[in-house]
Design a protein around this ligand. Structure first.
Ligand code: ADP
Length: 479
């Protein structure tokens, strides 16, 4: 079985971690209603502080979870290469790539019918002989992982039982995500062996790895390759560096990647992926990726064009709550996301809505990665219809079923000024789903100037809404 022993061990460890973390979650039942939230959430002074942001690695992971199965082609692609005469072509089908039949079967079994935009352009280059090095920049959810995993699997010579492909990821969880894709894609190639070089995976001294593919974090890979010599870095033919921008943001990872890279043969094919394209990332790439073909996907800008925006003037928190209750009483809401400023408000609102019979998920800063994944996964699958959150995740929630976004508190920065960027991330859409979105801002008279600033900034009217007036509520559902 593909990577059986090690994958199973890692998956088991993750399950255990998840199970133990989930013990901290209390599920309150109230008739049909349930709210998932964390119990260690007393009345500590921090509860009244704005919820802290989470690391870029976590954002990246959560985006993967929330976008699972979503692939979009609304991107502009740009290719840069040193030699404009070298042939560069793209493919519209996986068959055109002349893959191993087992891999093609694996792709179909995963439900991949045709390559995504980045795969159309990247795959022929990644699979070409002689191999090309590549730098690819595109956001999460564009099909990068599937592209490089396919290339990794295609390059393995199954007659040679030693590591030939090395893939670095910034965290344990991201490494496991890649491994999961690889294991699925290689399901019809039982001889393919994949091993994880991540925390918790230890081997006795003198081990010689016989696996074909190593997926791991830089520190552990350095230990296995250089310190303990469990495998020979000079025999690596494909080197993948995923989430380079996140790698840079993690202390020591860049340096460890450089050190690993030094031991690789000069003929090794390098694939370098990043969601952003800033100077620092490119400097990193320059050292690691000689003569690359560079592919960039530009995402459509988010905009407020297809969003109906309203505000409701509320005297206090209870009034805000009543406004939400009236909206739910008057129209059918698909899935909703409600943003609060503090953990305390979020927790309060979640309990209250749950008592009223809503199935509510609560996502705030003190949850562990596993808990966040579980909350988001459930929301994405529709188990909970309302997601109440703080600013931990204003980006990346492209859930198609979300019809309404409520700002229970308007987004403000540390100086208590309107935070327009966060506003756009919370309610803006890329227009990819073509649906009209609904944004409702609950604000009190003291915060009206913030609302006006947001309105001015985007040059888009935010209309008043009287949630006590049934006619006004009905208007919300009209096209
Ligand atoms: P990224 O690495 O850019 O975040 P992924 O490779 O993880 O993107 O792809 C995003 C999601 O889309 C994943 O759930 C993946 O299974 C799915 N996906 C990737 N490529 C395809 C494809 N060609 N057809 C259908 N689904 C795809």
């Amino acid at each position: 079985m593909a990577g059986k022993v090690d994958w199973a061990a890692c998956a088991e460890e993750q399950q255990k971690m998840l199970a133990s973390e989930l013990k901290n979650l209390k599920v309150e039942q109230g008739g049909e209603a349930s709210v998932q939230h964390h119990t260690g959430d007393g009345d500590s002074p921090e509860d009244n502080q704005p919820d802290e942001a989470i690391s870029s690695a976590e954002v990246s992971l959560l985006q993967k979870v929330i976008r699972k199965g979503l692939i979009t082609s609304k991107y502009d692609i740009e290719v840069q290469r040193k030699d404009p005469n070298s042939p560069l072509y793209s493919v519209k089908s996986f068959e055109a790539l002349k893959l191993r039949p087992e891999l093609l079967k694996g792709l179909y079994a995963m439900g991949f019918d045709a390559p995504s935009k980045i795969q159309e352009t990247a795959l022929p280059t990644l699979l070409a002989d002689p191999p090309h090095n590549m730098i690819a920049q595109s956001q999460s959810g564009t099909g990068k992982t599937a592209a490089f995993v396919l290339a990794m699997l295609s390059r393995v010579d199954l007659n040679q039982n030693h590591p030939q492909v090395l893939c670095l990821a910034p965290t344990y969880e991201l490494a496991l995500q890649i491994g999961e894709v690889a294991t699925k894609m290689a399901q019809f190639l039982p001889a393919m062996k994949i091993v994880f070089a991540v925390r918790g995976e230890d081997r006795p001294r003198g081990t010689r790895l016989t696996d074909h593919i190593i997926i791991g974090t830089p520190g552990k890979v350095l230990d296995w390759g250089v310190k303990y010599k469990f495998f020979d870095l000079s025999k690596i033919r494909v080197f993948v560096l995923d989430e380079a921008d996140v790698m840079i943001a993690t202390q020591g990872h860049q340096d460890q990647s450089f050190r690993i890279h030094k031991y690789l043969p000069s003929t090794c094919q390098v694939m370098f992926f990043s969601a952003t394209y800033e100077q620092q990332v490119m400097e990193f790439a320059e050292v690691i990726v000689p003569d690359p073909i560079i592919i960039r996907l530009r995402r459509e800008e988010e905009s407020l064009d297809n969003i109906k925006q309203y505000y409701v003037l509320c005297s206090d928190q209870e009034a805000k709550y009543n406004a939400i209750a009236n909206i739910y009483g008057g129209i059918t809401v698909g899935q909703a996301i409600i943003f609060c400023h503090t953990k305390k408000t979020a927790g309060w609102l979640a309990s209250k809505m749950a008592k009223d019979g809503h199935s509510v998920a609560l996502l705030s800063g003190e949850l562990t990665v596993e808990q966040r994944i579980s909350v988001l996964d459930r929301f994405r699958q529709g188990t909970e219809k309302v997601l109440i959150t703080t600013n931990v995740l204003s980006r990346g929630i492209d859930v198609e079923a979300v019809t309404i976004v409520v700002n229970f508190d308007l987004p403000i920065d540390l100086q208590r000024r309107a935070d327009c960027e966060t506003y756009l991330h919370r309610i803006g859409r890329t227009g990819r789903f073509g649906k009209m979105g609904l944004a409702i801002n609950l604000c009190d008279s003291r915060n009206m100037h913030i609302l006006k600033d947001i309105e001015m900034h985007f040059g888009k009217e935010i209309k008043p809404l009287d949630t006590e007036d049934p006619d006004d509520i009905v208007k919300l559902s009209q096209k």
